[in-house]
Structures are given as structure tokens and as C-alpha cells.
Design a protein around this ligand. Structure first.
Ligand code: AVJ
Length: 321
């Protein structure tokens, strides 16, 4: 019997590299303090996010899956053959794996910041799908999108960015990321999932679920930071806060100090007053028109769009010449 294939793995991002630690400390000392959402995703954080996608209140994952189930054949026809599927923020790789039968990619490149989690998921997937050449990239693509050419080969690069992860970026940053993707997608394109503006109550429940899984996910960023910079955050002292800002069309997540407290780390620290917040995430919501315009501004031509029957979520295919 042949040896089971192990996907090639290239790691360019280290959460505990000195520059990352400096930036994390600087953000904690800023007014207001913040923790970048990438720090949600240590191994436990990736598992907690996986649990979030199963919550009854968290509609994005299942709504997007329903759009793929209903319109996948249509999308595959638009996308075409001979592709390398490049999965940005692949996580457990489940979303891409469900498209394999439709898109029949020759190569699959999974990119994620949560390195160990990705490596485990990809090993399992490669065993199940030995005929697709797979590789993993442990990379912070929000800083630089660096896809080694030999991993794409002569296949057409199709970027896959599902789940509305683009929502973590504000206007100009989102546009810059789309432009970077477009520059690397010649002859292929971008298949992207985007969460849409909808009534506030539905949005807020999705980010403040009744089991408290999202609250745990939010607080886990503090445990991750404790390991990275040696801080002494006590997650229990922080309350999960999530609300929808209509004017900015975004969910904001924060951690709010339940009492006046001090946090220390080697070489520094700061006090937080009771009620003071650390901003941990923005999750921007779009309209179909607004996101289509943004894709065109990023240089994609004639994007196509599919939505669910409630108009809660959209998937766009934007080809690149
Ligand atoms: C992974 C960024 C798409 O914004 O919905 C889920 C992260 N945060 N619940 C989102 C998240 C709180 C998620 N994204």
C-alpha cells in the first residue's frame, strides 16, 4: 500500500514573534485599548469558532452553505475547470471540502493563521482526497498575501474567501485586501461570502448567543495574549459586549472590565476603570449593491451574486482576466 500523503506545510506567521508581541502590547496601551481579531484563533479559539458555526443564533455559516447547496452547480459553471482553490482562513477546511465535488480543483491551498488547527484538518482531508494536491500555508494574509507560485503551478488561481471574514476589515483595508487578491488571481477569480445588513435583533443575537459560546470565544483572546506576551488577564473579570452600529453597518465586539482592575506583563501594564472596554472585533455588513461596487472598485469585472431566499447572506463570483 502507498504511504498516505502528507500535505506540504509552509509557515510564515508566528504569533509570538517579537514584532507581533510589540504590536499587541501597543494596542493594549492605546486609548481605547484593542486586541486584533486574529488573536481569537489559537487552537482553542478555532474550536470555539467551529462551535459558534453550529449555534442556532449564528445564521451565517448555514445560510452560506444553503446558497452553495442550491447554486453550487451554477457557480461551478461560471468558475470553470483546471483550478487551484486557494482558501483564505480555511479553518477546518470543511467549506472548501464541500465544494470539491463541484469544482474539481486540481490543487487545494489552505491558508490560515491558526497553524496547528489547519495542519490537523488538512492532514485528514488529504487522506480522504488523495487525488487533489494539497498544501498548507500558516500565514497572516491580512499583512501580506504571499502564495508561492509553485503551489499554484499552471492551474487557474481561484481564491475562496467564505464566511464573511472580509467583514473584519474596515472600508479601505477591505478594498486593499480585495485588490491584493485580484492582483494574484489572473485567469481565475474570487469566490467570496458576504454577510448582509438585516434587522438588528437577528444580528445581535448571532454575536451574543444564549449559551455564551461567543462570549467564551471573545474572552479566549485574553488567554491567548497571556501566553504570547506574559500578561495576567483574568478572563472572568471581563464581560462580553456585542452590539450592532447602524450608522457603521457593523457588529462591534468588546470586552468590558467588570470592576476596576490592573493588568501586568513583563515590562509594562495598565489599569482599566470599571466599565472600560477593549475593542476586539468589527464585523462589517454589506448590501448586495455596496459589495458589488466594492468588487468593481477593486478591479473585478461584472461580479455575479447569489443570495438565500431571506436575503441574509450573499456569495459573489468575480472573475479576473
Ligand atoms: C470569522 C470574522 C466571519 O464576524 O461573524 C463570529 C467571527 N465573531 N462570532 C464573524 C465571529 C463572533 C466571524 N468571522
Amino acid at each position: 500500500m502507498a504511504e498516505p500523503k502528507t500535505p506540504r506545510f509552509i509557515q510564515t506567521w508566528l504569533a509570538d514573534d517579537a514584532a507581533e508581541r510589540d504590536a499587541a502590547r501597543a494596542a493594549l496601551l492605546a486609548q481605547p485599548a484593542s486586541v486584533a481579531p486574529k488573536f481569537f484563533y489559537d487552537r482553542l479559539g478555532s474550536h470555539l469558532f467551529e462551535a459558534i458555526t453550529e449555534l442556532p443564533e449564528y445564521y451565517p455559516t448555514r445560510t452560506e452553505a444553503a446558497i452553495f447547496a442550491r447554486h453550487g452547480a451554477d457557480m461551478a459553471a461560471a468558475i470553470g475547470a483546471n483550478i487551484a482553490l486557494i482558501d483564505l482562513g480555511a479553518g477546518n477546511c470543511a467549506k472548501a471540502a464541500r465544494l470539491f465535488a463541484l469544482l474539481e480543483p486540481r490543487r487545494y491551498l489552505a491558508v490560515d493563521i491558526s497553524v496547528e488547527f489547519l495542519r490537523d484538518a488538512l492532514r485528514t482531508l488529504q487522506r480522504e482526497q488523495p487525488h487533489i494536491a494539497m498544501a498548507g500555508l500558516g500565514q497572516d494574509f491580512s499583512a501580506a498575501l504571499d502564495i508561492p507560485h509553485e503551489l499554484v503551478g499552471d492551474a487557474r488561481p481561484v481564491f475562496f474567501y467564505p464566511g464573511s471574514s472580509i467583514g473584519n476589515f474596515e472600508g479601505t483595508d477591505a478594498l486593499a485586501l480585495l485588490r491584493r487578491i485580484r492582483a494574484r488571481a489572473s485567469g481565475g477569480g474570487l469566490l467570496i461570502g458576504v454577510d448582509l445588513v438585516k434587522p438588528k435583533a437577528i444580528l445581535e443575537a448571532a454575536y451574543d448567543d444564549s449559551l455564551g459560546v461567543t462570549a467564551a470565544f471573545n474572552r479566549n483572546a485574553l488567554s491567548h495574549l497571556n501566553r504570547l506576551i506574559g500578561s495576567d488577564f483574568a478572563p472572568r473579570q471581563w464581560r462580553h459586549v456585542a452590539f450592532y452600529d447602524d450608522a457603521k453597518a457593523r457588529i462591534e465586539m468588546h470586552l468590558e472590565a467588570r470592576e476596576s482592575l490592573a493588568v501586568e506583563w513583563p515590562g509594562g501594564g495598565r489599569r482599566f476603570a470599571a466599565g472600560e472596554r477593549i475593542h476586539t472585533e468589527n464585523s462589517c455588513k454589506y448590501t448586495v449593491e455596496g459589495f458589488g461596487a466594492m468588487l468593481r472598485e477593486a478591479g473585478f469585472e461584472a461580479p455575479r451574486c447569489w443570495t438565500d431566499h431571506q436575503g441574509w447572506f450573499a456569495v459573489f463570483w468575480a472573475a479576473t482576466r
